[in-house]
Design a protein. Structure first.
Length: 606
C-alpha cells in the first residue's frame, strides 16, 4: 500500500535508491557484485565466477584502450576500440595531450582516480642542469641497464614474487598496472593497501614454477586474509585458468657497480618511497660508506631517505624519458613565474602528498642545498643474559655497538655475532639463505659473503632485521634491540650461561650420529635433550638436535619452524615427505632420515 505521492506509510522520504549496477559480462543486475577484476583504467565487477572467467579470457584477446571493455561483436570501428564513441573520445584526449605538450598550460585538477597524471610541459633536464649549475651522476654509478628493458607484461598476468614485508617468502602476485618498465604488483590473498612496484628486470620476480624448481614452496603473503589451512585450495583456485606471465618476458637483472661511485651534488631520478608510483628529480645530498642520501629537489626533507648505492629505486638522469615512465619535475622555484618547472602532481595514494604553498622552498644549487649534516648515530644494545641458542655465546657480546646508518649497524651486528660464536660457518650459511633488498657484504676469515636483508631505510627498519636474524639463528629475540633492556627477559630461561660443556665419552657415544666429528656434539646442547623423550621435544629441540649432529643441516632450520616439526612429527618423517612437502633436496632428506632411524633405534634399545 502506498500514498498518492508514491511513498509507503510509516517510512520517511529520503534519498532515492542507488542505481543498480549490472555485471560487466552478462549485464544482469544482481547485487552485490562480489567478483572484481582490476584493469588499467579501474576495475570491472561481475555477478559470478563464470562471468569473471569469460571476461578474463576475452580481455586477454583484446580490450578497448579507452574504457578497458572487451572488444566483441561487429560494432567495433577498429581492433583497439569497442565502439566509435570510445575511439572519438580517446583520439580527442590524445590531441589535448599533444597541445598541452607544446603550449604552456595550467595543470588540470588532480583526478580522484589513482595513478592519473596531470598535464605538464616536458621536463628539460639539460636546461635544468644549466640553471642549477649541476652535473648528472654517470650511468656507471647505477645498478640499471644502459638501455631500458622491454616491458611485455600485461595487466592480470600471474607471477612469483618475494613478499616485501617478509622477504623469506615467495608468493603468487598479479600485475595490477604498468608504468614504463615498472610493474605494480599485488600478492594474491593480500589487499590493495600492500601493493608494491618492481622493475621487469628485478631478481625478485620469476615465472610461475620457479620456486618449485629451486626447491622452495609458495607461501601465503604476510597478513593472509583467510585461514592458513585454506592456502593450498586458495592457491589452486588462484592459478586455475589464470594467465601466467611467460618466462621469456622476464629480464635478467643488471650487474651493479662494485663500489659507491656517487659524488655530492650529482643529479639523478629516484622513486618517492612514500608514493612509490612517482619517480622524481633528485640530488645526492650526502655520501656515507655504501649509502647515499637522496634529496628531492624543491621539496621538504620529509621525503628524503638514505639508500644503498646499488638500489634499484634510483636511476640516471633521463631514464624516465627513455623508458616512457612519467617523471615528476622539481617543486616550484618561486611564485614569480620566472621558473617554468611545475609542481609535482597530487595522487590518490595511501599516504597523502603534502600541499605545497607559494612559499615552497627554492630549488637551490648543490653547493647551497646539499650540505646536510650526517645523521646521528644509531645505538644497538645487547642483553648478554639472553639465550644465544646453539650457535652464539651471548656472554661474549659487547654491551652496545653504534653506527650512523641502519645497514652499517646491521653489518656490525653480524660481525659481533660471528665473533661470539664457535660455528661461524653455520651462521653464515643460515644468513646467506635470507632474501631481501639490501645486500650486505661480510668478510670473515679472509672470505667474502653476501647477505641479503630486508630494506633498511630508517632505524626502525632494524626491528624487522632483528626478528629475522634471531629466527634464523635460533637465539632469543630480546638479545639485541634499539632500546636498553633493564628488566629480565621473559622469553628465555638461560641467564648468562656459557655454551654447553663437553659430555662424558659414554654419553657422547650413545647419541653420536657422526663419529668422524665428535667435537660438534661436545659443544652442542644434546646432553640436555637426552633427558627428554624424543616425542616430547618441541620444534627448537628438534632443530638443536639436527644442528648438533650435522651442522650442514642447520640451514634448513626455518623449514622445520615453518612446518612445525616437533619431536612427534620428526619421528614420522620420510624422504618422500620432506622432498615433496618441505622442498628438501634428496641429499639433506636422506641425512635427516638417517638421524630419524638412529633416534628410533635408540628409543627401542632403551
Amino acid at each position: 500500500m502506498s500514498n498518492n505521492n508514491g511513498t509507503t506509510p510509516g517510512k520517511m522520504r529520503g534519498r532515492p535508491p542507488k542505481k543498480n549496477i549490472s555485471c560487466t559480462w552478462c549485464n544482469e543486475t544482481k547485487l552485490p557484485l562480489k567478483y572484481v577484476y582490476p584493469t588499467t583504467n579501474g576495475k570491472k565487477e561481475f555477478c559470478s565466477e563464470t562471468c569473471l572467467g569469460e571476461f578474463r579470457k576475452a580481455y586477454i584477446k583484446g580490450a578497448c584502450i579507452q574504457c578497458d571493455n572487451v572488444i566483441r561483436g561487429n560494432n567495433s570501428p577498429s581492433k583497439d576500440y569497442c565502439s566509435t564513441y570510445c575511439m572519438n573520445k580517446h583520439q580527442k584526449k590524445e590531441l589535448q595531450s599533444r597541445v598541452a605538450a607544446i603550449a604552456p598550460t595550467t595543470p588540470l585538477e588532480g583526478s580522484p582516480r589513482p595513478f592519473q597524471y596531470e598535464t605538464y610541459q616536458p621536463f628539460d633536464w639539460e636546461e635544468y642542469l644549466r640553471e642549477t649549475n649541476s652535473i648528472p651522476a654517470p650511468q656507471s654509478c647505477f645498478k640499471q641497464a644502459p638501455h631500458s628493458p622491454l616491458n611485455e607484461f600485461k595487466v592480470g598476468m600471474k607471477l612469483e614474487a618475494l613478499d616485501p614485508r617478509n622477504v623469506t617468502s615467495t608468493c603468487i602476485a598479479t600485475v595490477i598496472s604498468i608504468l614504463g618498465p615498472r610493474l605494480r604488483l599485488r600478492l594474491d590473498g593480500s589487499d590493495d593497501k600492500n601493493d608494491f612496484w618492481r622493475l621487469v628486470d628485478s631478481s625478485e620476480i620469476h615465472p610461475i614454477g620457479h620456486c618449485e624448481k629451486t626447491g622452495g614452496m609458495l607461501q601465503p603473503p604476510l597478513g593472509f586474509r583467510m585461514n592458513a589451512s585454506s592456502w593450498p585450495m586458495f592457491l589452486l583456485k588462484t592459478l586455475n585458468g589464470a594467465e601466467m606471465a611467460p618466462a621469456k618476458i622476464f629480464q635478467k637483472e643488471p650487474i651493479g657497480p662494485r663500489t659507491n661511485l656517487f659524488q655530492l651534488g650529482q643529479k639523478l631520478e629516484a622513486v618517492d618511497k612514500k608514493n612509490p608510483q612517482l619517480i622524481c628529480c633528485a640530488t645526492v645530498g650526502a655520501v656515507k660508506n655504501d649509502q647515499i642520501h637522496v634529496t628531492f629537489d624543491g621539496w621538504r626533507g620529509a621525503f628524503d631517505y638514505f639508500c644503498k648505492y646499488d638500489s634499484r629505486d634510483i636511476f640516471p638522469v633521463g631514464w624516465c624519458a627513455r623508458s616512457g615512465h612519467p617523471m615528476q619535475p622539481p617543486g616550484q622555484k618561486n611564485n614569480s613565474g620566472a621558473n617554468r618547472f611545475r609542481y609535482r602532481s597530487v595522487f590518490q595514494a595511501p599516504i597523502p602528498t603534502p600541499t605545497v604553498s607559494s612559499t615552497a622552498p627554492e630549488v637551490q644549487s648543490p653547493e647551497a642545498d646539499t650540505s646536510a649534516p650526517p645523521p646521528p648515530p644509531i645505538m644497538l644494545h645487547f642483553r648478554k643474559t639472553c639465550s644465544g641458542g646453539p650457535l652464539i655465546d651471548s656472554s661474549q657480546l659487547p654491551p652496545t655497538i653504534e653506527d650512523t646508518t641502519p645497514i652499517a649497524l646491521a653489518k656490525k651486528l653480524v660481525n659481533q655475532i660471528l665473533t661470539a660464536s664457535h660455528k661461524s660457518e653455520t651462521i653464515l650459511a643460515r644468513l646467506g639463505a635470507l632474501r631481501g633488498e639490501e645486500e650486505m657484504v661480510i668478510t670473515h676469515d679472509g672470505n667474502t659473503y653476501t647477505i641479503k636483508l630486508p630494506q633498511l631505510t630508517k632505524a626502525s627498519d632494524l626491528t624487522n632485521v632483528f626478528q629475522i636474524v634471531s629466527q634464523a639463528l635460533g637465539c632469543c629475540l630480546n638479545m639485541f634491540g634499539l632500546e636498553q633492556m633493564t628488566k629480565e627477559c621473559s622469553a628465555c630461561d638461560l641467564k648468562s650461561a656459557p655454551l654447553s660443556k663437553r659430555k662424558p665419552p659414554e654419553q657422547e657415544a650413545a647419541t653420536s650420529t657422526t663419529p668422524t666429528e665428535p667435537s660438534n656434539l661436545a659443544e652442542s646442547p644434546i646432553s640436555s635433550l637426552n633427558k627428554i623423550p624424543t616425542q616430547e621435544w618441541g620444534i627448537e629441540e628438534v632443530i638443536q638436535f639436527i644442528e648438533a649432529t650435522d651442522p650442514c643441516l642447520g640451514v634448513h632450520a626455518d623449514l622445520f619452524r615453518k612446518h612445525e616439526i616437533d619431536g612427534k612429527a620428526f619421528l614420522l618423517l620420510n624422504s618422500d615427505m620432506m622432498m615433496k612437502y618441505m622442498g628438501l633436496k634428496l641429499g639433506p632428506a636422506l641425512k635427516i632420515c638417517n638421524l630419524v632411524s638412529r633416534l628410533k633405534g635408540r628409543r627401542h634399545a632403551l
